[in-house]
Ligand binder design. Structure first.
Ligand code: PLP
Length: 368
């Protein structure tokens, strides 16, 4: 079976052992080193490491002092953490449709969704390509809104030469299968020194100095062990991204012209981090998306469906006082993607012959 993802952190062993031998397990030099490396990567003045991507989103929202009734506009085509974070921070969710080109928040739809209580635009840089920050960042600016980038999947992506996470408060995930991993972890990036300070307080029970509680906070801290796992990956990120890029280019060249299949595009001015390689199956393909996934599984190729339903389309959110009463038909582009999106393996551990196999099997399954 060609797996959908391979986690390789063998390079981290010396640093992890160093932490174990030091006995210094919490908020020490490894976390500081990881933060410095991450800030350099995103080109931001500050990076605040936390214990998950979800915590990063929650802390970013909390740092903005939202009040009950304040709204956050985001994509309905995302992982549930995006919505859980908004609800955890006490805010109200509002959705706007995505585009079929980048699978991320449509700037026109986002503009139309802005109401008197809207405080935050939260685009999700899905699959490793940024949303249209050339329109969304100015929109936030003009309308006096904060911009929070759910860049959980977009470590290494950029838009017109600027890295994801440098346009607003950048929230990254370091979960096991993300482009850079610490096992579990997250980071918030910003150029704003005051917000960075506040995020550090929120992360550590509101304390700058022990037992002086400046604001109500939480424990969002990243451990030294986790930071040690991540550091070597920052050093070789360019190489890992180049491998993803190479695999994506080969897949797109090989799959071009397959009947009923639309390969993902890297849009002009954007650098795709290829966290996922997500093609669209249909509407006029020989097989449905789910049939193709089953067929490829039989042929030894793992695939994944991100995401089979829109994020609000689950019983637990129906009737929630801070989730709008909407239906998939309100978001026709995103709704179509839930039926058509299929992610193929693109990870750096693929061999050239794995990529050839994926191309050949997909083409054959779809009658090319
Ligand atoms: C992974 C992910 C998150 C959450 O990150 P965790 O580290 O798992 O908490 C948030 N948003 C998106 C879009 C994600 O893919």
């Amino acid at each position: 079976m060609i797996p959908i993802t391979v986690v390789d952190v063998r390079d981290s062993e010396p640093l992890v052992v160093e932490v174990l031998r030091s006995g210094s397990l919490a908020q020490g030099p490894m976390v500081a080193r990881f933060e410095a490396g991450f800030a350099a990567l995103t080109g931001t003045a500050h990076a605040v490491a936390v214990n998950s991507g979800t915590s990063a989103l929650v802390a970013a929202l909390q740092a903005l002092d939202l009040r009950p009734g304040d709204e956050v506009i985001t994509s309905p085509f995302t992982f549930v953490a995006t919505v859980n974070a908004i609800l955890e921070a006490g805010a109200t969710v509002r959705f706007a449709d995505v585009t079929r080109e980048d699978f991320a928040l449509d700037p026109d739809a986002a503009a139309a969704a802005i109401g008197p209580r809207t405080r935050v635009l939260m685009p999700v840089h899905l699959y490793g390509q940024t949303a249209d920050l050339g329109k969304l960042a100015p929109l936030a600016e003009e309308r006096g809104l904060h911009l929070i980038e759910d860049a959980a999947q977009a470590v290494g992506a950029s838009f017109q030469g600027r890295r994801a996470g440098s346009f607003g408060l950048g929230c990254f995930s370091l979960y096991a299968t993300k482009n850079v991993t610490t096992g579990e972890g997250g980071v918030i990036t910003t150029d704003d020194a005051e917000l960075a300070q506040k995020l550090r307080l929120l992360r550590n029970q509101g304390m700058r100095v022990s037992y002086e509680y400046e604001i109500p906070g939480h424990n969002y801290r990243m451990s030294e062990l986790h930071a040690a796992v991540g550091i070597p990956q920052l050093a070789k990120l360019d190489q890992l991204l180049a491998a993803r890029r190479h695999n994506a280019a080969r897949l797109s060249a090989g799959l071009a012209g397959t009947p009923g299949l639309t390969v993902p595009a890297e849009l002009p001015g954007r650098i795709h981090a290829w966290h996922h390689y997500t093609a669209l199956v249909g509407p006029n393909a020989m097989l449905s998306r789910d049939e193709l996934a089953a067929e490829l599984a039989d042929r030894g190729i793992a695939t994944a469906t991100y995401y089979p339903r829109l994020v609000f389309d689950h019983d637990r959110f129906r009737g929630h006082p801070r989730v709008p009463a909407v239906t998939p038909a309100d978001f026709p582009v995103a709704a179509a993607l839930t039926d058509q999106a299929l992610s193929l393996p693109v990870h750096p551990a693929l061999t050239e012959s794995d990529v050839d196999t994926i191309i050949a099997e997909v083409r054959e399954a779809l009658g090319a």
